[in-house]
Write a protein that binds this ligand. Structure first.
Ligand SMILES: [Cu+2]
Length: 274
C-alpha cells in the first residue's frame, strides 16, 4: 500500500513537475537603436532567460541572415551572416552550453535604416520530452532613425510581424504583433513571455548573477498570453530591458527525424526608460 502511494506520488511529480521557465532562443546584442553604423556583435544562445537557467547546446544554425532596408521606399537587401558565426560556450547560472556569436563588421552595419536579424536554428532534441524544438527567431536593429522594413514579414515558415517598432519602445508602451504560419494569421496560439532578468555579459559569454526582478510566483517567470482570433498579441512592457515572445508550435512543420517537432516563433523587443 505504502509502495503504491509512493509510486502514485512519483507519477504525480513527473506530471506536475513542469519547469516554470521556458526555453527561448536568443539573438542578442546590447544596443539596437544606433545613431551610427558600427561593428555589432550578436550572441545566439538557447536558454531560459528569466532565471538565467539551463543553456541548451545549439547546433550549427540552418540559416542566419539579415534583411536591411534603407528608408521605406528602399530595396530590401538580404545579407547572409552564416560566415560570421563562431562557436562559443555560454555560461548560465547552472551550466554551460554551446552557443554562437557573430561579429558583424561596420561595412555591413553602416547604412541607415532597419535591420531584421533572422535565425532559423537547427532543431534541438529535447530528451526529457522526446521531441525536437526549432525556434525561428527575429531581432531588430535600426541605424540613424530612418525607418525601413520593420513591419514587413520575412516570409518565414512561422514568424511574428510587429505593428510597433521593436527597437523604439519606451517602458510601459504597448507592443503589438501578429503571428503568422506560412504567411497566414494563427488564432488562439499559446504564447510564452519572458523577461531577460539577468544582463548578458558580452565579454565573458555569461549571464550576470544579479537578477533585475524577483518573481512572486512561478507563473510570473514565464507569463502566458494567447493570440486573438486574428493572430494578434498586445503586451505592455512593465520594465526596461529585453522581452521575448514565443509562440509554441505555431509553424507548419510538425515532424523531424521521425519525432514530433515544435516549430516555434520568437521575437525580441527592448524597452527603454524615459
Ligand atoms: Cu527548457
Amino acid at each position: 500500500m505504502k509502495l503504491k502511494v509512493a509510486f502514485l506520488n512519483l507519477i504525480a511529480l513527473m506530471v506536475f513537475a513542469i519547469p516554470a521557465s521556458a526555453h527561448f532562443q536568443m539573438v542578442y546584442t546590447p544596443e539596437i537603436a544606433k545613431n551610427k553604423g558600427a561593428e555589432t556583435q550578436f550572441k545566439l544562445v538557447f536558454t531560459h532567460p528569466y532565471e538565467a537557467g539551463h543553456t541548451m547546446g545549439m547546433g550549427m544554425p540552418q540559416e542566419f541572415y539579415m534583411l536591411h532596408q534603407k528608408g521605406e521606399e528602399g530595396k530590401t537587401k538580404k545579407v547572409d551572416l552564416k560566415s560570421y558565426l563562431k562557436p562559443i560556450t555560454w555560461k548560465s547560472l547552472t551550466n554551460s552550453g554551446e552557443a554562437y556569436e557573430a561579429t558583424l563588421p561596420k561595412k555591413i552595419v553602416r547604412s541607415m535604416g532597419d535591420y531584421t536579424l533572422v535565425l532559423v536554428p537547427a532543431p534541438y532534441y529535447e530528451g526529457e520530452e522526446d521531441i525536437y524544438i526549432q525556434q525561428v527567431t527575429k531581432t531588430y536593429m535600426n541605424v540613424g532613425g530612418l525607418p525601413g522594413n520593420w513591419a514587413a514579414p520575412a516570409g518565414l515558415k512561422t514568424e511574428w510581424v510587429p505593428l510597433v517598432k521593436p527597437y523604439a519602445m519606451w517602458t510601459g508602451m504597448v507592443f503589438k504583433a501578429q503571428l503568422l504560419s506560412n504567411g497566414k494569421p494563427v488564432p488562439n496560439a499559446d504564447v510564452e513571455v519572458e523577461y531577460m532578468n539577468h544582463e548578458p555579459d558580452m565579454k565573458n559569454n555569461a549571464f550576470e548573477k544579479k537578477a533585475k526582478s524577483k518573481a512572486p510566483h512561478d507563473a510570473f517567470v514565464t507569463m502566458g498570453i494567447k493570440t486573438d482570433a486574428h493572430g494578434y498579441i498586445e503586451f505592455a512592457t512593465p520594465k526596461a530591458g529585453w522581452w521575448g515572445f514565443c509562440a509554441l508550435g505555431s509553424g507548419p512543420d510538425t515532424e523531424y527525424k521521425g519525432k514530433e517537432l515544435s516549430q516555434d516563433a520568437v521575437i525580441w523587443i527592448k524597452a527603454v526608460d524615459m
